[in-house]
Design a protein around this ligand. Structure first.
Ligand code: DX5
Ligand code: ZN
Length: 219
């Protein structure tokens, strides 16, 4: 196993939206590396999360990179808006893009790092040709749309295959896993080749979220 600590990205979707400042202060002062921001449109996924009025405000308060996970159709329409609020890493879904190569190029031209995400039913092999153009692949370990769902164990094998694909092309790409991650399943994900762990409920429902983040960092 890689001995480098994983990048930990707590998902704000599980935060207390009436006390966002408090939860952001906690994250700012914690060992979290990134803050994971889930954007849902009610079309690509059967849920709506937060819009720009909220995201603009919280982007001003966070001191960690915003790892932004777009679960929206036509993500190309919003690329510069995310850049303008300070997002450094923008991830779009493979299944949501009509012109994935063009969307990836636009994100890069806007000056951000690029991620591409796949839902649990999408074979990792569909990404073979786009890998050289991205910085990160986000492998969903639940069907996107809601926090607090049960981890799908097939994600382990999917990550393993993806890591082989990346290595065989000699690329340097981060693999992120998102959905139902806890301290029990995270070690398997890391062994399979994951670099970035997203966790929502496991962190925010803990008695001491900052301490939980620290436990993830020591895996
Ligand atoms: C699900 C989101 C996830 C979710 C993770 O569609 O993309 O980021 O908030 O939350 P947990 O860790 O609770 O599954
Ligand atoms: Zn997410």
């Amino acid at each position: 196993m890689d001995n480098m600590a994983a990048i930990i990205a707590p998902s704000l979707l599980s935060a207390d939206f009436l006390h966002l400042q408090r939860d952001i202060d906690m994250l700012n002062g914690s060992l979290a590396d990134w803050i994971h921001l889930d954007v849902m449109d009610g079309v690509f996924v059967p849920n709506i999360s937060m819009g720009f009025p909220v995201m603009e405000q919280l982007a001003r308060q966070t001191v960690k990179p915003l790892d932004t996970h777009l679960m929206i159709v036509e993500p190309h329409k919003f690329i510069t808006r995310f850049r303008d609020i300070g997002v450094q890493l923008l991830t779009v879904h493979y299944e949501a893009c009509t012109d994935l190569t063009g969307t990836i190029a636009q994100i890069r031209e806007a000056g951000m790092k690029v991620g591409v995400s796949i839902k649990p039913d999408t074979p990792v092999e569909v990404l073979t040709d786009v890998l050289p153009a991205v910085d990160l692949v986000l492998v969903m370990s639940v069907n996107p749309g809601f926090g607090g769902q049960k981890f799908m164990p097939e994600a382990v094998e999917r990550v393993r295959r993806l890591r082989q694909m990346i290595d065989s092309q000699g690329l340097n790409i981060l693999i992120e896993v998102d959905g139902g991650i806890n301290l029990k399943n995270a070690p398997d994900m890391l062994r399979a080749g994951v670099n970035v762990l997203v966790a929502g409920d496991t962190i925010f429902k803990a008695d001491n979220p900052a301490e939980k983040i620290k436990e993830f960092k020591t895996l």
